[in-house]
Design a protein around this ligand. Structure first.
Ligand code: URA
Length: 224
């Protein structure tokens, strides 16, 4: 165990271990998946990207056949197709995204993490599980010395980020395209909200490609 540099909270260095047992339901689901698909990652999915990035993207949780299978956030998930294409368009990623951690895709000044590191049944983490995993999000934010902007993908990621920072939820209502100035320790961060780039949201038109692109255009215009 070590203390996160900015938050002072003791969490395992490098995130939760492969057999993290903080959430009994998620542990049981992981063990089930390990039996059915032993070649899959089936473990907490680590953040992707360098700690010195200025931008952090916070997703919800790994998808069972996506990040839980491949071990890289949004990789192999339907949501990853739109996310990585958009990151490439705005210069936050370079290379080819081939839905495989070995595709060589590199993030540029950007890091991706999830509010919950383990795959939840039906893609729905419980409030207790969000709370249990929060120290890892807190540590990820705390160790990013150059962090300027956070993108919350969806209301749950937005609320988890606010709770992590100790901010009042009522002071920063979630809204697609909203930008909030939040505080982490002695520094200010810009929190950008977006609807989650899930298959459901894109198929139902809740989130269009342009709506998603506009969020990243705003981030680029803000952090340069
Ligand atoms: N895959 C992830 O890693 N996170 C999400 O929020 C969705 C899919």
């Amino acid at each position: 165990m070590r203390a996160s540099s900015r938050t002072g909270n003791a969490v395992p260095a490098g995130g939760p271990g492969r057999n993290c047992a903080l959430c009994p339901r998620l542990k049981a689901y992981r063990e089930e998946n390990r039996k059915i698909e032993p070649s899959w990652h089936n473990a907490p999915v680590p953040s992707f990207g360098a700690k010195n990035a200025r931008l952090l993207i916070v997703g919800l949780a790994p998808g069972v056949r996506g990040a839980n299978r491949t071990g890289r956030p949004f990789t192999g998930d339907y949501a990853g197709d739109l996310l990585y294409a958009t990151l490439k368009e705005f210069g936050f990623a370079h290379g080819v995204y081939a839905a495989d951690p070995k595709d060589g895709l590199e993030l540029a000044d950007c890091r991706i993490t999830n509010a919950v590191r383990c795959v939840p049944p039906q893609n729905k983490p419980l409030p207790l599980e969000m709370t249990a995993c929060r120290p890892f999000l807190q540590a990820s934010i705390g160790e990013m010395e150059n962090l300027q902007a956070v993108v919350a993908l969806g209301r749950i990621a937005h609320e988890s980020t606010l709770r992590t920072l100790g901010e009042k939820l009522s002071a920063f209502p979630f809204g697609h395209g909203a930008v909030h100035e939040v505080t982490e320790g002695v520094r200010k961060l810009q929190l950008f909200d977006s609807y989650h780039c899930s298959r459901y949201n894109t198929n139902t038109g809740v989130l269009t490609t342009d709506m998603f692109r506009n969020v990243f255009a705003k981030i680029r215009a803000t952090i340069g």
